[in-house]
Design a binder for this molecule. Structure first.
Ligand SMILES: Nc1ncnc2c1ncn2[C@@H]1O[C@H](COP(=O)(O)OP(=O)(O)OP(=O)(O)O)[C@@H](O)[C@H]1O
Length: 285
């Protein structure tokens, strides 16, 4: 099925300034390995929630690692506020899929969340405690400060990971498949937690970028979706998501526009072996 959508200029709809600029990114892990990313170009604007989706193994995590400065591109650049990223910038925090490996099992919830602040000499003890308390409140974990991760459910542990990133108060929060390891119901709860946090962060101009292979999750959460092709990946399309806010698991997911966008993305992802001309990725809504 082909869904016909009229192209729309992102600039008309999202006037905020560019915070991250991804330009012609290519990645090959070794000379004898295939190309993973093939000329990725897109921008992220201040205050946006951008979801990056694409088929399994297409290079989403590779892209996020390059954007966070922990992986060097083979060519191309990622710029933050116009400066090329060469190492993890202090303005960013990253949440990974595997919370079991990102939390310290021997530390309490409170100490796990406080951990990244430990060396920050610009904050007093009271300010650190306040940030930790607010981050735990944001993810609904007030009261669990003295627990160890092993005494929490998987979904709660992932909320601790998110709280830890939030306590850091990043200008940009990068999330790599953060809900891939939890059950469907927990996932919905975490998505709504993230939307709440997003509303709070957005007021401060903060930005979120999430990688997921779940099309419905991307549409539910994002202001804009960057669709990647099959490997080696390139930007097949960018879509502005204009669904009403606040979003709701039942109403948003059954909204006719939600269903239309989902059909369209399936369509685009099914066609991504046939590369369009260079620089010919489309922006639609
Ligand atoms: N450290 C590495 N060394 C060599 N190859 C790698 C490395 N990391 C990833 N790759 C390769 O890069 C390709 C893309 O992997 P990546 O994890 O970025 O994709 P993905 O889209 O995030 O996958 P998934 O949807 O399964 O999470 C894969 O072929 C993978 O084998």
């Amino acid at each position: 099925m082909t869904t016909s959508l009229e192209p729309t200029q992102v600039e008309d709809r999202v006037p905020a300034r560019t915070i991250l600029d991804v330009s012609e990114l290519r990645k090959r892990y070794a000379p004898d390995r295939p190309l993973v990313c093939d000329g990725l170009t897109f921008q992220v604007r201040e205050g946006e929630f951008v979801a990056i989706i694409g088929p399994s193994g297409c290079g989403k995590s590779t892209l996020l690692r390059m954007m966070s400065g922990i992986l060097k591109p083979t060519s191309g650049t990622v710029s933050l506020h116009g400066r090329t990223i060469t190492k993890p910038p202090p303005e960013m925090a990253l949440v990974f899929q595997d919370y079991t490996r990102s939390l310290y099992p021997w530390l309490t919830v409170e100490r796990n969340v406080r951990f990244p602040l430990a060396r920050d000499k610009s904050l007093s003890k009271a300010e650190k405690a306040e940030r930790v308390a607010r981050a735990l409140d944001n993810v609904g974990l007030t009261g669990f400060e003295s627990y160890h991760p092993g005494a929490l459910s998987g979904g709660m542990q992932q909320r601790v990971s998110i709280a830890r990133a939030l306590a850091f108060q990043p200008q940009i929060l990068l999330l790599d498949e953060p809900f891939a390891s939890v059950d469907a119901l927990t996932k919905e709860g975490l998505e709504d937690t993230l939307l709440d946090v997003r509303d709070r962060m957005q007021d401060a101009g903060n930005t979120m970028l999430m990688v997921t292979h779940d099309i419905d999750e991307a549409i539910y959460l994002a202001d804009r979706i960057v669709v990647l092709s099959k490997p080696p990946c390139w930007v097949a399309e960018e879509l502005v998501i204009d669904l009403p806010k606040p979003r709701n698991q039942i109403e948003t997911r059954s909204h006719p526009e939600f269903l239309r966008i989902r059909a369209h993305i399936h369509d685009v992802m099914g066609l991504t072996d046939q590369r369009r001309g260079a620089g010919d990725s489309r922006t639609t809504h």
